[in-house]
Design a binder for this molecule. Structure first.
Ligand code: AMP
Ligand code: MG
Length: 322
């Protein structure tokens, strides 16, 4: 147990990811509580997406501004179809990439029963089918839509292990299901498919792969965001130390986070593998915090494939703090 506030629970239970653990975690969700769980992207902080009292808990536990809408997680395409109206291009992407690290923004169905706190009042909903056996098991045990942003305090580094979750949210949530380290390690790619597909956030599925499937380019959102959300604000994913990008060597007092031929004090991927770097990114930032690094230099990461999402996170980590 760490900090307490009016909404804090007294104890955060760490559940095994077996059937018994998933049943207990689902029971917390069924009672309007908060449970963190592993997905292939990062650990999510889940609540029943139909209950405003439960969803309020997410915003409170994370210190997240309530104008920032949440992604709803469901077990399969059929469950998603109950919540949103699919467009042809949405079907095309869902068939190719679900279950997986792709979130689709689509028109919310009138009778979907989703709390308006999830959508922050928008007429669209962000929905995803995760490809992780523990997330799938929890969704099936619970049997309803689960709103789940990353399980970290707003603006801080996303969690890729149960220990990361416990370190920042213990005492503020009902439990966390321990399913080991996340495989992808970056948040989902978000595409608005209400019309011509718009890339809202780079993430665990490379934009190039989406464009190949759609057979035409995604619209890249530049400048004017349709919504204002911390994940799209300049400073996010921030470690305690300052961050300097595109560094090939450390300056005095800096800890160097390497990639490929830039060795560093620790590395995203010694072999220069982007998927490995993605899986390691948030864990390395957590490690730098644990080391007490006050100045962090980061090696250049190429901008293609998953590198685009890695660099997006690194730029936000490096941005001036508010
Ligand atoms: P997180 O849950 O922290 O991964 O962040 C979810 C992100 O999904 C938000 O920051 C928004 O950028 C995006 N999002 C959620 N719902 C919508 C929506 N209806 N329209 C556009 N973007 C959305
Ligand atoms: Mg997040």
């Amino acid at each position: 147990m760490q900090s307490r506030n009016d909404n804090a629970t007294s104890e955060t239970i760490v559940f095994d990811s077996d059937d018994a653990g998933l049943a207990k975690a689902a029971d917390i969700l069924a009672h309007g509580g908060l449970v963190a769980f592993p997905t292939e992207t990062v650990y999510g902080l889940g609540a029943d997406a139909r209950r405003s009292d439960a969803v309020t808990g997410i915003y409170t536990a994370k210190g997240r501004p309530s104008f920032n809408p949440l992604i709803v997680h469901v077990a399969d395409l059929a469950a998603a179809e109950e919540l949103v109206t699919f467009t042809p291009q949405a079907y095309c992407l869902a068939q190719a990439f679900w279950p997986g690290a792709l979130t689709l923004v689509l028109p919310l169905r009138a009778n979907a029963g989703i709390s308006s706190l999830v959508t922050a009042g928008l007429t669209t909903l962000a929905v995803r089918v995760p490809d992780h056996p523990v997330a799938q098991g929890l969704l099936r045990a619970f049997g309803g839509p689960v709103a789940a942003p990353s399980a970290n305090p707003s603006g801080r580094i996303s969690p890729t292990t149960a220990a990361h979750v416990v370190a920042s949210l213990a005492g503020r949530i009902g439990g966390v299901v321990d399913g080991g380290a996340c495989g992808v390690g970056l948040e989902s790619t978000i595409v608005d498919v209400t019309g011509d597909p718009i890339l809202l956030r780079a993430g665990g599925v490379a934009a190039e792969a989406l464009e190949t499937t759609l057979a035409h380019p995604l619209i890249r959102q530049s400048g004017v965001a349709t919504i204002t959300a911390p994940g799209m604000l300049a400073s996010h994913y921030a470690p305690q130390g300052t961050v300097r990008l595109n560094a090939t060597q450390a300056r005095a007092g800096e800890v160097l986070l390497g990639f490929g031929s830039v060795t560093g004090d620790l590395t995203l991927s010694a072999s220069g593998d982007l998927a490995e770097a993605a899986a390691n990114l948030f864990d390395r930032l957590h490690q730098l915090d644990a080391m007490g690094a006050v100045a962090i230099a980061v090696a250049p990461v190429p901008e293609h494939g998953l590198g685009a999402a890695i660099n997006d996170r690194l730029r936000r980590a490096a941005a001036p703090r508010h």
